[in-house]
Design a protein around this ligand. Structure first.
Ligand code: MLT
Length: 392
């Protein structure tokens, strides 16, 4: 078969690989607990399902959607953005619907990169950033995230020539996999950095609503003066409303940037099912949305605190997650690689966690735990981890 170099050179998606390994163990009749992917265990709330049940029966929603996103969807996003982030966006030119955040993340590099161009990613980082840069024929420049800097990139340490050459830089706060958050000062520095070096920031804000304390409430990069000319921000409904399977999100940015993305996307796909757009739009502003978010935060905070005390009891080193669904934990020093640690844990205890190296070389001595499984499965998972650590 004459497959393209692009496909031959790209490893399978991290969670696809993990799924295959999990299935292979399950096929041996073992009860596997997965604390790997960040896929909420709770259903999409009833108030969202009720809207969808009506919208999907409306024949006006059955044709091709507009490429940019339905006007009522963009209007609702603009109002929500104002309410949530105190940022004014023009719904006609500064917002565009996408088929989930992964659609935006995987296609945006094609808007900016020609073969041989370079792009900065933070390491560790969501694996799709590097994969999509690779698909364009671009070169990846990794900027390490270290624990002592709160997993924020040291912008001053980036080689100025590499920064001048780079056309884009991916950032992701709240961060997957480290669960770190970034404040306004960081985003101000980032926008100044983008202006200075003439690159575009692709700010993945998929976890903007998953945080634990008010003081860590994520902001939007769009709030920073000049950001609209230098940045595109990516948002998702997946984690906010337990809608991972629905595939809907949006991007924001200045008109020129959004128009360029529209050129690419209108040639690649036909947009998001209008019933889903209308449901998502109404979910954002629904009278039950805030209460739902509060309840979700309380649930995950409880899970976070229980996992933290379990891990502490086992002697693991980690920083308490401030946002997102993840724990980013040091592997025990006796393990040479995070892959070996995770494989051993799966084989001996039927527990799946994610090897840190899957997020880049700087993730090598870490593993990631996701809090998106039912409470009793998380408890059982922690028991298995405890037994594993004792029996090693
Ligand atoms: C994760 O677990 O990192 C994400 O949920 C995976 C994804 O978005 O594909």
């Amino acid at each position: 078969m004459n497959f393209s170099r692009r496909v031959l050179d790209t490893p399978p998606y991290l969670f696809h690989l993990i799924d295959e390994k999990r299935k292979a163990v399950q096929e041996k009749g073992i009860d596997v607990i997965s604390l790997a992917i960040g896929d909420p265990d709770r259903p999409t709330p009833d108030f969202v399902l009720d809207i969808m049940a009506r919208e999907m029966r409306d024949p006006r929603n059955h044709g091709y959607p507009s490429y940019k996103g339905e006007p009522d969807f963009c209007d609702a996003v603009a109002r929500w953005f104002h309410d949530r982030f105190e940022v004014e966006l023009d719904p006609r030119s500064e917002i565009m619907a996408v088929i989930g955040a992964k659609d935006a993340v995987s296609h945006l590099p094609f808007v900016f990169l020609d073969p041989g161009d370079s792009a900065i990613v933070t390491d560790p980082g969501y694996p799709v950033y590097e994969a999509s840069i690779g698909f364009t024929g671009g070169k990846v420049v990794r900027v390490p995230l270290s624990e002592d800097r709160g997993f924020l990139p040291d912008l001053d340490a980036i080689d100025p020539r590499a920064a001048d050459e780079a056309k884009i830089m991916f950032v992701n706060y709240p961060n997957n996999p480290t669960a770190a958050v970034a404040d306004e000062t960081f985003f101000e520095k980032l926008v100044a950095f983008a202006k200075k070096h003439g690159l575009v920031i692709l700010a993945d804000n998929a976890y903007s609503e998953v945080y634990f304390e008010e003081e860590d409430r994520p902001i939007s990069i769009m709030k920073i003066p000049g950001a609209k000319e230098t940045s595109i921000e990516i948002h998702s409904f997946s984690k906010t409303f337990n809608m991972t399977g629905w595939r809907i999100g949006f991007v924001t940015g200045g008109k020129q940037l959004i128009d360029a993305f529209l050129t690419l996307k209108s040639n690649f796909d036909s947009g998001v099912f209008m019933a889903i757009q209308r449901t998502a739009a109404r979910a954002l502003e629904h009278s039950k949305a805030k209460a739902f978010n509060k309840e979700r935060t309380a649930l995950f905070k409880k899970r976070r605190d229980r996992i933290a005390s379990a891990l502490e009891g086992m002697g693991f080193k980690f920083q308490l997650p401030r946002a997102s669904y993840y724990f980013w934990v040091h592997t025990p020093p006796s393990y040479a690689s995070s892959v070996v640690f995770c494989a051993d844990l799966l084989e001996k205890k039927g527990l799946v966690v994610t090897p840190g190296v899957g997020y880049g070389p700087s993730g090598e001595n870490f593993f990631r735990i996701s809090m998106t499984s039912p409470d009793e499965r998380i408890e059982q998972g922690m028991e298995r981890l405890r037994d594993f650590m004792k029996e090693r």
